[in-house]
Design a protein around this ligand. Structure first.
Ligand SMILES: *[C@@H]1O[C@H](CO)[C@@H](O)[C@H](O)[C@H]1NC(C)=O
Ligand SMILES: *[C@@H]1O[C@H](CO)[C@@H](O)[C@H](O)[C@H]1NC(C)=O
Length: 290
């Protein structure tokens, strides 16, 4: 599918004056160029059951965060697709939620979130200067319901009191639904750092540089296969508190003030968010892969 899209875009680009510029971006499948701290990319041909146990899963925590009665091999799908930083060695992974996506006794949420196996509440991921990369793509067979609030990528403080950085979509509870179709990057207080419309067709690539020393966040973004550009920051953001990253879907309910435990979720849920190119790199020396 990717190859077909690329060829048709190249064909179109060759007929316009901007072709050389466009072509440079299109050809730019990129390798990360900085030191990788946590690599969350999925090698091609990884068996779904790889994700189920510590004996096999060297990438993500097999036990968290997911429905009590589900295995990761039930939750994850593997669309035949690759994002900018996947190259030909890695492949996309889709995180899905269903009615069974209830973690512990959190009956309000439907959630499935990947945590890097080597991440820890007082670990490297929350110190120094680090850049988290992820790409997302939408699955027309498993659309999100943007009437709800979704938290898809975040760094949660070690004491669980806040998320220092939050990548969200849908209608944020208590806010206008006018921007429900946007991905929103927010600080721990819910202040907007960056916002961009969800693209229903192509990959969207995000990188957030977190300077834990200066308490600053910088956002990079591109669509399709293009080189990432700095789109926001550095902006001041309180990044204190250590903690861990999580990537997936956390769908909040509607009609409640107690989102963790109660509220409305429709039945027969079948939603997914496709991810690619997940990794955390060291940006202490200013290096950011684009
Ligand atoms: C995956 O996609 C590639 C490129 O479009 C194609 O060559 C390959 O046959 C596909 N593999 C599967 C298992 O569908
Ligand atoms: C989207 O969510 C709202 C609120 O829960 C619900 O009323 C509606 O039926 C859902 N739409 C779809 C297409 O599932």
């Amino acid at each position: 599918m990717y190859t077909q899209t690329l060829l048709s875009v190249v064909a179109a680009a060759s007929t316009v004056l901007a072709a050389p510029h466009t072509r440079r971006h299109l050809s730019a499948r990129a390798d990360p160029k900085c030191t990788i701290v946590f690599d969350g990319r999925i090698p091609v041909n990884t068996a779904p059951t790889f994700f189920d146990t510590y004996a096999t899963n060297t990438i993500y925590n097999p036990d968290y965060v997911k429905g009590n009665d589900l295995k990761w091999s039930d939750i994850l799908k593997f669309p035949n697709d690759t994002s900018r930083f996947d190259g030909d060695k890695y492949t996309a992974v889709e995180v899905t939620i269903s009615d069974k996506s209830i973690f512990q006794k959190q009956n309000g949420f439907r959630r499935a979130g990947l945590q890097f196996l080597k991440d820890a509440s007082d670990g490297e991921g929350g110190k120094g200067v680090k850049t988290l990369h992820w790409s997302v793509k939408q699955d027309p067979a498993r659309p999100l319901n943007l009437t709800h609030e979704y938290l898809n990528v975040w760094h949660e403080a070690a004491d669980y009191s806040a998320d220092q950085i939050q990548f969200q979509t849908g209608t944020l509870i208590g806010k206008s639904s006018a921007d429900k179709n946007n991905f929103k990057v927010l600080d721990r207080d819910g202040n907007s750092l960056y916002s961009v419309a969800m693209d229903q067709k192509q990959w969207q690539n995000f990188a957030v540089k977190l300077d834990y020393n200066k308490n600053q966040a910088t956002i990079y973004y591109s669509a399709g296969n293009a080189e990432l550009k700095l789109v926001a920051g550095p902006k001041s953001a309180n990044l204190a508190g250590g903690g861990q990253f999580q990537l997936g879907i956390l769908k909040k309910p509607t009609g409640t003030s107690d989102v963790v435990n109660s509220g409305y979720q429709e039945s027969n849920l079948n939603e997914g968010q496709i991810y690619g190119g997940i990794f955390l790199e060291d940006s202490a020396d200013g290096c950011v892969s684009v």
